[in-house]
Design a protein around this ligand. Sequence first.
Ligand SMILES: C[S@@+](CC[C@H](N)C(=O)[O-])C[C@H]1O[C@@H](n2cnc3c(N)ncnc32)[C@H](O)[C@@H]1O
Length: 493
Amino acid sequence: MSVFFLSAPPSISTVTHRSTATTITTRFSSLQTLPQPLPPQPLVPTSLSQPSSSNILLTNPKASPASSSGCSLNCPHFDSCSGCTHEDNLHRPVILHEATMFFKKHGVSDFTFDTCRLWGWRCRAKLAIRGSSTDPLIGLYEEGTHNVVNIPDCKAHHPSINAAVELLRKGVFENSELIFTEMHKVLMMMQVLSLFSGIKILHIDPYDEDERTGYLRYVQVIFGNRWRHILGERDFWEHVGGIDVYLPPSSFGQANTRAFDSLLQKLHKYVPVGSSVTDLYAGAGVIGLSLASARKCRKGICVEINKESKLAFEKTIERLPSSIDSSISWHHADTSIEPLSWLVGSDILVVDPPRKGLDPSLIGALRDIKSAERKAMTLESPIFKTKDEKRPWILRARENSIQIPSRTLQEENLSLPQTLIYISCGWESFKENCVALLSSNAWHLTKAHGFNFFPGTQSIEILAVFKRGPGASVKKKKPGKRKKNDKLSFKGQ
Ligand SMILES: C[S@@+](CC[C@H](N)C(=O)[O-])C[C@H]1O[C@@H](n2cnc3c(N)ncnc32)[C@H](O)[C@@H]1O
């Protein structure tokens, strides 16, 4: 097995901009103070170091005058590659204004936006491979086609990913031949360690395109189990949200590790110490486990449909600090089936769904949460009868679960969450889900933050905090001004 060590990331400093309604925080790294990313500097083997990308940028004939500004993509592949859709103002994605107005309309006037790192942010990439080892194509699809374009010096990729692609292109890996023949038409997964550790370990896994996981830039889909390890470290760890996380290619992993870390730090602030948390659409349970560690949660339940994430969860809990005394569990289950059954006894619900947003059954359950709670008091609902459970899908999920009991005896609690924290990568579905929740008067919005997870595109990541009840903005009708019909309906209550 070959292991390649690549260069360390530059250090970070933080500057804050304020606009009228939105606070924008930019994390400038030394990458960003220079006009373009620094070339990667492989430690081994030194003869393979990459040429500086500066020449390409300075002579790029496609660069528009506006793109000379400090927050432009300056990528020579912009016109041919389908990866990025926006060249300028990377620190201010176009939907930011709409997001600010949306939250203002719904009672949050202090929406903040963290622009994070603008270049070299992608630490996990799936790339298409075509051609042969003597004439390789490794990159993304050309806009609207299945033609692969080479994207050396991609401005979104972490420099270590670009370096890895170049090494592969030059055929220096002993398995390059294999990748281009036997593994022809594969998608290749690359991950780089980006945070905290001084040395990067390159990890490459190919992926069979027949699985049709398709969309290259934002992979939210469930991977098959056809991964084959070719080279690099087999076990891949990332330090994020204060914990070491095991990241196999088959389980969901955020591509922008630094931005995800910023989001998790913000999330921690909304979870009181000792809370009980349910993490739906949990993947490997990064959010739930990070909260269990940072906020000393008494209980954490993670629910995920992709069974490949189970191993990642198991490995991750092995590295959790031994001081953690939470009751922690991971369940292989579909959130859309009886969603309330996962919420019983939790103070806080965290949801991080794919781009299509929350399942309609979960939206329905959250809209009706008050009446479900009323039933809980009388114990008439089956979701609260956890002891003599007979429903097959719940029993199956239990069988496929991992349970780590707390060392401290915990009281049974039948309450339902008072706080909902919605993490979203799909702005359109978020808006729809948010309006559905607010219109039920079961929830109101209290805080919202945006994060620049995907600079160069029009997508942003949202962290929104909802609390139970209609909130102060829902006006009470003045007494004495009731219409006849209103009177009747009061009578009927
Ligand atoms: C955006 S990812 C978030 C993963 C995780 N929170 C993280 O940050 O690593 C969405 C996850 O939801 C999972 N998922 C999609 N539909 C689901 C469902 N109906 N029930 C449970 N999990 C689901 C996907 O497999 C994926 O792991």
